[in-house]
Ligand binder design. Sequence first.
Ligand SMILES: [Zn+2]
Length: 338
Amino acid sequence: MKSIVIGEYGGLDRLHFTRSQMPRAGDNEVIVKVKACGVNHLDIWIRKGARPCKGFPHIMGSEISGFVAEPRGAFKEGDRVAVFPWLYCGRCINCANGNENLCVKPGTIGRTTNGGYAEFASVPLQNLARLPDNVSCTDAAAVILAGTTALRMIRKAGVKKGDTVLVLAAGSGVGSSAVQLCRISGANVIAAAGSDEKLERARAIGAEHAINYTEGSMKEKVMDLTGGDGADAVIEQVGKDTWQDSLSCLKTGGTIVTCGATSGSSVGLDILDIFSRQLRIIGSSSGMMADMKDVLDHVANGAFKPLVSKTFPLEKAADAHRLMESRNFFGKIILLPH
Ligand SMILES: [Zn+2]
């Protein structure tokens, strides 16, 4: 099959378009004919060695949708599916309790196993979800990781109708998903981003207010917009550069959920502020199958609009990585192996 294989860590020239052996489905696995695979920052980190992969040769790609290539379980050949990006054992106490996002033996398709930069991928049967008829594979690949991550954060924060939620990095995959999913929950969104162009786009997908966190005090702006109360919840992923400001934007009893630290992960923390204002700090990573299915349903009924920046044929994976590293895009970059 055609695939993009890396044999060692490094630059764009490590992405080899080549023919490799068809994957074989192990027990409880299924072969998926990959129609679309999202490109994620994780892929860049893997290629460069900042996040180790399972070993070489390696095929990355965590955001897969396509067709079932051979019947397995309740799925028949040709069924359209989205692949849940995170591996879970299905047997540990957390999995048994329905919290597969807390699995004690976690993994990620495309990092700890071969992924979707190929015509075919072998994935666990338990990771498959049927695609609603009117959701394209490209749109599915665009939302299954970022949308699922964002929905888990919103649910952990307990966001409800009428809440005000501050969403940082609103131009990112998780951020733009959070803006849309908060609106679907009936919350009001204050989007924050570092450029006016991204803020304009955040408004276009439903943010009531948009503020540039590189200009002036984010706290003052949020307090102005909330009548001095502050936000019920903050969706954080910037880290060091914004963490203190993000905390200060919360109302008493408010909740901050973090899933990333793009500007650095070491932040000062004044616990006096945490206990006296009774703030909740929640970490989040990945999501649950149920979240992914709900996200796909929101896409199917038109409430959630997948944002696709550009698609590339598989052999142009280096161009896709180059675009991602340029940061000069809005929405998902998608590879189309078939
Ligand atoms: Zn488990």
